[in-house]
Every structure is written in C-alpha cells, then in structure tokens.
Design a protein. Sequence first.
Length: 335
Amino acid sequence: MTTEATVITRRDGRVGRILLNRPKALNALDLEMIRALTRALKDWQDDPHVHAVVIEGAGDRAFCAGGDIVFLREGQISGNRPAVDAFFQEEYALNLLIAAYPKPYIALIDGICMGGGIGVSVHSPHRVATEHAMFAMPETAIGFFPDIGATYFLPRLPGQLGVYLGLTGLRVKGADAVYAGFATHYTPRAQLPALSAALAEQGLAALAQFAAPLPAYSLAEYRSAIDHCFSADSVPEIVRRLEADGGAWTEPALKAMRHVSPSALSWTLEALRRGADLTLPQALDAEFALTKTTMAHPDFAEGVRAMVVDKDRQPKWSPATIETVDPATISAMFR
Ligand code: QUE
C-alpha cells in the first residue's frame, strides 16, 4: 500500500476499509481500481478478523463519478474489443460480488455518485447518503445506457421513477436518494467521520445510531405524474405525455431528453423494460451483450467526445431527433 494508490485498502478494527483515491478524476473507476476492489473483497471474504467492509471516496466532491469511459471510447475506436470486454466483465463481476457479499458492505456516499459509483454501492443493503450526496445515471448523454446492474435496479425503484431517471439522467440529491431507493440511511456530512469510526468499533449498529430524520421528499408531488408519463410504451409517447402534462417538473425532463442521444433513449427504455423481469445476474449478462451493440453505434464515441473529451457539450447524434429513430434498428440491438 502506498499513498499514491488509486484504491487504498486497510484493516481497521472489525472492518476492512476501501478508499477510492482518485479525487481529481472524481474517483471514477478504471480497470486497475476495479481489480484492486475485487482483490480486497475476495481477501476479506475469508478473513475472520474482518466483519464488515466500509467504502468511501477521497475528497469532498465525489464518492465515485463513474467508469473510465475515455478508455472505453478509445478501445472501441481502435478496435481493441478484448480490452473493452475485460473492463465490463470485471466491473460487472464486481457488482455481482458486492450484491452477494457474505459480510456487511457499507457505502458512505458524500458527493457525486454516478454510473460505476452506483454499481459499487447500490447492490449492497447498506448505503448511507449525506445532504451532499448526488445520484444520477447520465449515460443517455454519452450515447450509452444505464449499466452496472441499473437495468435491474432502476425498474425496481418506486413506480416509474427509475425509467424517468434512467432516460433523463436527472440528479437525485441528499435525503431524496433515500426516498427514491438509492440510499438506505441519511447522515449529515459533519457526522460521517464519526459514523465511519463507529462502524469499526461497533459494526452495523452504528448505522441506525447516526441516521438523521429525513427532511421532506421533494419529488413526492410529481410521483403520480412521473408514473403516468414514463409508463408509456415508446420514447415519442413519453415526450407527448410530458408535453401534455405541461407542469413545471416536466421542463428539466424534456430539456434533458432533447439533449441526450435519441437512439440511447430508445435502447435504454427497451433495456429497462426487459430488466424488470430479470435477476441481477441475468440483467448484467444482458447489459454485457448490449455494450457491444450500443458501443458500435456512432452515438457512443460522439457522446463521450462531446461530454467528456472535448467538453463542447454539442454532440451530433444520428439520427438527430426522437421522432426519426427507427424502432427496428433498436430492436436488432437486443439478442
Ligand atoms: C455522462 C456519463 C458519464 C460522464 C459524463 C456524462 C460517465 C462517467 C463520467 C466520468 C466522470 C469523471 C471521470 C471519468 C468519467 O462522466 O458515465 O473518467 O474522471 O463515467 O455526461 O455517463
């Protein structure tokens, strides 16, 4: 272990600690980090001194902002499919390892938690959010889809909330994340170091002890409208329902849906509907298959270019509008 490591693991009292330590990259997961996490969890699985695992993000901006999508884009463009496959296979295997982990795995989420960051937290039964926690699945913005098991858990959020969040990429903050189902406990940032220390001393009981009462749910008044709009059978119909609703809550949703990849909206809706009937392992297998067809679509390289590489935020999608996406082309991307 060195302080330069992008994942720092150590034993502390009854717990094994994992620190995602790439704060300048918002602790986004590269393959080396995925491997370090996997190795630590496998070591501690059989270590009688380790009763639980606690994972946190370094710095005060992010728990984990996602995966190494620049690496994935380069692998796709250069035709290095083995490297791309290795990344997804190992990332999804880690998601499954966390879901089935035999000891408590506790994620302390303070700051940004998106994509791959959700994959190393939401599959565990113990997720603490602070008032600065910010959850999102923004992959339609890069011409991809919510993966890391999101096709399993988004359809299991209350009503159509997961479809709304998976299509729009909109953010859920603080205590709202508990109501929405991303987190199980709410603890103020100021108390997080004390909670983290208490977990090493007394174990899981510390979670309830440090949980603060939840403030009101800001999405409560839109829930039935969200369910109505996002239960539609197609993306164009969802847009028609949002326009017909006309409420203030529909503005950010429509703005987001007009900015992201029209094709990605369509394959994401299909993937989420299918995921509702799958187990987590089945959903991850289906996601792995879908990485191949979606990354081969021009919108993936273009979306990562516009949002992450060049940061001009002006992607040129093909096709350019929701109305001109061909449903048969999307259907052919699924097995
Ligand atoms: C949409 C996304 C992602 C994104 C930006 C989007 C995403 C992702 C990252 C990201 C952030 C910080 C990093 C990094 C990647 O940004 O999935 O390597 O250091 O991982 O608009 O889906």
